[in-house]
Design a protein around this ligand. Structure first.
Ligand SMILES: Cc1cc2nc3c(=O)[nH]c(=O)nc-3n(C[C@H](O)[C@H](O)[C@H](O)COP(=O)(O)OP(=O)(O)OC[C@H]3O[C@@H](n4cnc5c(N)ncnc54)[C@H](O)[C@@H]3O)c2cc1C
Ligand code: SF4
Ligand code: SF4
Length: 598
């Protein structure tokens, strides 16, 4: 090396006192090309904080962070993406994957800051000059998607076949179909927050993708001990918020749950779930009612070592899942599978035992360390219009129970059903099947106060009822049942203009000029059910607190003001199986907290 080479680095010192050549701001603004990928924009109210953009970013340039003024609510985590331009490479993968299309890139590329740490911001929340810049990069519409927007179709029986019997309608996914459907999940977990039991939905969907049914079953049982049942009839609120549902069909979360449970035979459950040899803690719990709330409480309590006995007044366990929900939606052998596993944990189910009559609550208090009551809503409510006292006017819940029990029920050739909820659809479709069997044709007309757009029944139930031959004629108020020569002739109705007042209170308004008559030799009322709490005798009733709706007040762990008495399910919260399961689980934790140190 020459002397010149050695001294060269020192020659750089001559630039020390020169004006820098770089400029702080471009002398002339040069706009980016129309589709240039510049800084991010986010429609903050459209974004749901699913974090899919964060997950896909290969540079870890995105963090989901809380934002003032944005609250966590169903279907929205309340978080929003924050971009770190020290890491972002402007690949736009985050934009292309965004489940709501809220995230885009402007074509702005100039941003000057003294402090390098400031190149981190929350698009849409931190105001920027490019917020209203229309140019830049958006995911091209109808071009490509990272996940399929359409649901994998479920095989169902056709209406003509369905109405011939009570055989299950839904056939279930094959492995290929289940994996194809599972592939659509972006694993955001938005659904988990909405599920009343907070099931690990993305985790069990992942297990399907990986064809690991054992892991899938373990995830299901962490929060739900009735997966065959819920996999068929869950009200699937989770699906209403699924991130994929913003651009396409939400995931078939319910059918995927069913797929897992269907793949594993009952004899493998204990080994997979590791529930053999649980040590008994010597404490005894009485559970009144074998519906989802009681079964769930029994399941989780027995895993904690408690001896549980369920007292059930009907001949078989399952509550409304067996005696309300028709077999074509929920076959009895699937109910049995879920319940048999719970029994295999040592839970005793004593059927045909009516608490309050066969055994008093006071006796349970004496014999057990704690009591959980999940007795449900089994008393049918009547419209009390003239004619309802006739013997051919029935309650939907009573008829559904008798159908399950295999009793001969009265089925007229022409039937009118009053009610617009799912129970009304269940009795409509059950009676349609009975009519088909007896008379060879369906003649059921179902009417509700609510117009079709606000009928509480699920859309698919209304559609399928019609497909099976029932007439659904909503928007009428029942006035009286016509009885001639001691026989029911039909239902007089008046047009219902609105059901609720401005404050949302039930206050139906009618147009007296519009009347109609629905012919029928039998009327079924399906306008809701009430609780029979007569098993709680006066001495206990006085010690309980009640809310303005007359329901017993319980704390977050479903404990009443009588410390050993816990209540849950429909009598406290409802209105569905998954709430019953969640209530039973929380009550089990509450009972354990109450008894652990005693
Ligand atoms: C026709 C119909 C269809 C439905 N469809 C769906 C659906 O598709 N999806 C869904 O999620 N939910 C559905 N539901 C609602 C769901 O069935 C209930 O929300 C759920 O079963 C309530 O659970 P639970 O444990 O509180 O009570 P229940 O399931 O009602 O069980 C209570 C049990 O307690 C027993 N019992 C009551 N009193 C006593 C006593 N004194 N002694 C001993 N035992 C007693 C009863 O016999 C019953 O077996 C439906 C309900 C009906 C009526
Ligand atoms: S993917 Fe879209 S909706 Fe989800 S957090 Fe990111 S910007 Fe929001
Ligand atoms: S099912 Fe839907 S909401 Fe749930 S994790 Fe998958 S994409 Fe997200």
């Amino acid at each position: 090396m020459s002397l010149g080479d050695t001294l060269k680095p020192f020659s750089a010192w001559k630039h020390l006192f020169k004006e820098p050549l770089s400029v702080k701001k471009p002398l002339t603004e040069r706009p980016g090309a129309d589709r240039y990928r510049g800084f991010h924009k986010n429609e903050i109210d459209k974004c749901i904080g699913c974090g899919t953009c964060e997950d896909i970013c290969q540079n870890a340039a995105i963090d989901l962070v809380p934002v003032e003024g944005i609250d966590t609510k169903e279907g929205d985590s309340g978080l929003r993406p924050q971009i770190d331009y020290g890491r972002c490479c402007w690949c736009a993968l985050c934009v292309d994957v965004c489940t709501t299309n809220s995230l885009t890139l402007s074509n702005e590329y100039t941003w000057i800051e003294e402090d390098a740490d400031k190149f981190r911001f929350i698009p849409g929340a931190d105001n920027k000059s490019w917020d209203h810049n229309e140019k830049g990069w958006k995911k091209p519409e109808n071009n490509y998607e990272f996940y399929a927007l359409e649901r994998v179709e479920m095989q169902e029986r056709h209406a003509e076949e369905r109405v011939q019997s009570f055989i299950e309608i839904i056939k279930g996914y094959s492995k290929e179909k289940a994996q194809e459907e599972a592939d659509r999940c972006v694993a955001c977990g938005i659904c988990t927050a909405t599920c009343p039991a907070h099931m690990g939905i993305p985790e069990y969907i992942k297990a399907i993708r990986e064809d690991d049914m054992e892991e899938g079953l373990r995830v299901l049982y962490e929060t739900n001990p009735l997966p065959e049942i819920c996999g068929r009839i869950c009200t699937h609120k989770c699906e209403t918020v699924c991130a994929v549902g913003h651009k396409g069909d939400p995931l078939s979360i319910r059918w995927l749950k069913r797929y897992i449970a269907d793949q594993v035979s009952l004899d493998k459950y204990k080994e997979i779930l590791g529930s053999d040899g649980i040590e008994n803690n010597g404490k005894k719990i009485a559970i009144i009612g074998s519906g989802p709330a009681g079964l769930s409480a029994a399941h989780y309590l027995s895993l904690m070592g408690y001896s549980c006995t369920i007292f059930e007044k009907l001949p078989e366990p399952g509550g409304m899942m067996r005696y309300g929900i028709p077999e074509y939606r929920l076959p009895y052998d699937q109910i049995d599978k879920d319940i048999k596993y719970i029994e295999s944990l040592g839970v005793k189910i004593q059927c045909n035992t009516d608490i309050g009559k066969d055994i008093t609550l006071a006796q349970l208090e004496k014999d057990y360390d704690a009591v959980f009551a999940g007795t449900g809503l089994h008393l049918g409510r009547s419209t009390r219009i003239p004619g309802t006292e006739h013997e051919n006017v029935y309650m939907a819940a009573d008829l559904l129970r008798e159908i399950t029990m295999g009793k001969e029920i009265h089925v007229a050739e022409k039937i009118v059903v009053i009610g617009g909820g799912n129970v009304a659809m269940d009795i409509t479709r059950s009676l349609a099947r009975k009519q088909k069997e007896i008379y060879g044709k369906v003649q059921v007309i179902t009417t509700s106060l609510e117009s079709e757009d606000i009928m509480p029944a699920d859309r698919e139930e209304i559609v399928e009822s019609r497909e099976e031959g029932a007439i659904i004629n909503p928007g009428w108020g029942p006035q009286s049942i016509e009885i001639q020569d001691g026989k029911v002739k039909g239902l007089h109705v008046t047009k219902c203009l609105s059901v609720f007042d401005e404050s949302g209170r039930f206050s139906p308004k009618f147009d007296e000029a519009q009347k109609d008559f629905f012919e029928g030799d039998m009327v079924v009322e399906s306008i809701g059910q009430g609780a029979d709490m007569s098993y709680i005798s006066e001495e206990y009733k006085d010690k309980l607190e009640y809310n303005e709706r007359g329901r017993v007040v319980v704390n977050k762990e479903f404990q009443s003001s009588i410390p050993w008495l816990f209540l849950g399910g429909d009598i406290i919260q409802g209105p569905d199986v998954i709430h019953g399961i969640a209530n039973g689980h929380k009550a089990a934790i509450g009972i354990d907290n109450f008894l652990r140190d005693k």
